[in-house]
Ligand binder design. Structure first.
Ligand SMILES: [Zn+2]
Length: 327
């Protein structure tokens, strides 16, 4: 049984943040159960992974993967995010799956020197997607429903943290789907940029939040897997992409201009025949139940009413994972 109560150090950290320790404790209990649930679908011994409250971290959850004693570090609630960033258990399971994905990735590429922690940034020669995307893809293959819950909750919690305002639009399900696909580096035949522009223009306020949150959706492949770039080359300038995208969303440049700039920046969203699911390691996933979970999710997506391209792109992503697990 994992320790769920707070240590003295954790209690002090909570008080330093001005957060009620019992709220932190409640959050920790849920992370511990998420970890226990994930350990049941992995052939990996998770018994040495401790859940530790670490509010100084930038992210709401992380893992210190370089230690033999790995810790799942939880960063909220804290001063600037005084609530549980991933409140429901489902999203927490997706979060733990992503962090386990980092462990699997580190195990697969032990000599890699990761230089930049971002979705679009560094990438290994073996893979057209970045290491964050590989961790997310691993989580998606392991727990597809929960990973999508994680993305959805992140969108909602970001809204809550940045604006405190609930922004309502018609497309929530599709927006979450394209964010998910961007985060896992899966190909999209769907015109993501046009969709986001439409979404931006119908948001009730032109607040910065809407603009700044639309990022993962755009991240496609970090680089072409066939390209001969240096192993840890930062393949495109994300800040520049964000800037150009912002101009496009505000109607300052046309779609053609945006696409041309994007090509110059070598931000690639889709390469015919490239399958990112081949770049990750499924060794720790207990295969048969994982395939059933993916097939269940596939059935759900067949029934969802949404733009056909979004549905097809999501089903392609699920199929790619199913096929790799079946090998
Ligand atoms: Zn990560």
């Amino acid at each position: 049984m994992k320790r769920t109560n707070l240590s003295e150090v954790e209690r002090e950290r909570a008080l330093e943040e001005g957060i009620d320790p019992s709220l932190v404790e409640e959050t920790k209990v849920k992370w511990v159960s998420a970890l226990e649930i994930i350990s049941q679908v992995l052939s990996l011994d998770c018994s040495n992974i401790e859940v530790v409250y670490e509010p100084k971290r930038v992210f709401a959850v992380g893992i210190d993967w370089y230690n033999s004693q790995s810790n799942l570090l939880i960063g909220t609630p804290r001063r600037e995010t005084p609530f549980d960033y991933y409140p429901d258990l489902e999203a927490k399971i997706g979060g733990v799956a992503h962090e386990i994905g980092h462990l699997a990735d580190y195990d697969q590429y032990p000599d890699a020197q990761y230089v930049k922690s971002s979705f679009g940034g560094c990438s290994l020669r073996e893979s057209g997607i970045s290491f964050e995307q590989r961790a997310s893809l691993y989580a998606f293959a392991l727990a597809p429903t929960e990973f999508q819950a994680l993305v959805k909750t992140r969108i909602q919690s970001n809204r809550k943290r940045k604006s405190g305002v609930e922004i309502l639009w018609r497309y929530d399900g599709e927006y979450e789907a394209i964010e998910t696909l961007g985060e896992i580096g899966m190909p999209r035949t769907f015109n993501v940029a046009r969709f986001l522009k439409e979404l931006f223009n119908q948001a009730s306020s032109s607040d910065e939040y809407v603009e700044s949150s639309m990022k993962s959706s755009l991240y496609g492949l970090a680089k072409s897997p066939d390209s001969d770039l240096v192993m840890l080359d930062k393949s495109y300038d994300e800040e520049e992409l964000d800037r150009v995208f912002s101009e496009y969303m505000k109607g300052k440049i046309s779609e053609e201009e945006f696409n041309a700039r994007r090509r110059e920046l070598r931000s690639v969203q889709y390469i015919e025949g490239y399958n990112p699911a081949k770049s990750i390691d499924y060794r720790w996933i207990i295969r048969d139940p994982a395939i059933s979970r993916l097939q269940e999710e596939r059935k759900k997506w067949q029934r969802i009413s949404c733009t056909p391209e979004v549905r097809n792109d999501m089903i392609t992503a699920l199929d790619y994972c199913i096929r790799e697990l079946e090998i």
